[in-house]
Design a binder for this molecule. Structure first.
Ligand SMILES: [Zn+2]
Length: 90
């Protein structure tokens, strides 16, 4: 059975959950290679979604999920900043 894909599903890059009650947070990598949270979901750049849940981001840090999502080396400093910021949105 083949399904026709219209809109790409927004899924958490860590747990593969679709939008939950908590919702997903968009993380963006812009042209300059900066990585930041995008609560407006409108920033330009390549986006990846993650649960608005620091537990998922902590797993992403362990597995370096953002390195894979953005195909670049993401420093632990960047991960830590994302975590701090995400915790402020929880
Ligand atoms: Zn998740």
């Amino acid at each position: 059975m083949q399904k026709i894909k219209k809109v790409p599903q927004r899924k958490c890059i860590v747990c593969q959950e679709r939008e939950s009650k908590k919702g997903l947070m968009r993380i963006v990598k812009n042209k300059e290679g900066q990585i930041f949270l995008d609560p407006t979901k409108k920033a330009n750049g390549r986006g990846a979604y993650i649960c608005k849940d620091s537990e998922c981001l902590k797993k992403a840090i362990k597995t370096k999920a953002l390195n894979k999502a953005f195909k670049i080396e993401v420093s632990s400093e960047v991960y830590e900043n994302l975590l701090k910021e995400l915790e402020s949105y929880e």
